[in-house]
Design a binder for this molecule. Sequence first.
Ligand code: LIP
Length: 275
Amino acid sequence: MSSDEQLERDFIDELLMRAILSALAAGDMLVNERAGDLEIDSKGAPTDVVTVMDRRSEELLADHLLSGRESDGILGEEGASVDGTSGVRWIVDPIDGTVNYMYRLPEWAVSIAAELDGEVVAGVVHAPALGETFVAGKGKGAALHKQGVQRKLVVNQAPSMDRALVATGFGYDVGRRKKQASVVAEVIPQVRDIRRAGAASVDICSLAAGRVDAYYERGLKPWDHAAAGLIAQEAGATIGGLDGQPAGEDFYLAAPEPLFSDLSELLARLDAASD
Ligand code: LIP
């Protein structure tokens, strides 16, 4: 390995450690300082909620991630948006699965990705209520830390589509939800079953951990999937959109091949990337 390559790997380790420590700090605040009655606003659709804790978590993450790295950029769900000049940009979801956090359901997470010159090179999805922290560095594999034990993450060997457990999610706009319901109604008879946990980052990490066989959703934002996408890729998942498009807000599909191709064909036939 050249010295430049070693330097980059060491830098990725440094970014990953900063992300892990920041996610743990935000998770502690979200668990230990949660108010009994959360102040809740909505963003657009009445059910697209944001709590005071989402905003407090994003403020804490910005402080931690940019401390000593003030020339970095940051993009966050609750409004953090700085381009930066260092080549590093942090992409953060302060609470992914806000509705679950509100209802005290455990499937919610703090998600932090580090982008270096436009490529995600480190990712952390920290799910405090599950006691699980998923991590990955580019080219360094993915792991789950739980109860002091670290486990390497590898996706399941692809089952046939009729034996696949498929995770998905739904948007907040009523029109989009109607179309998503019509798509999932056609998918359900052709797969083992569907799971809808309510947080994309947790769903995608469940794929990396072999707890589901595939995940798809239309309408994800970069902060929903940036960290978990690297974790799933490092665990062996193929990630993309439909019809050969890259994964993004139009459509996000993650699964091992050949299940990825089989689902991509079915979902394209159902016109799942439009509403
Ligand atoms: C959530 C996503 C999830 C989607 C939910 C919600 P939020 O993000 O992670 O995949 O199905 O409707 O959008 O809004 O909790 O940060």
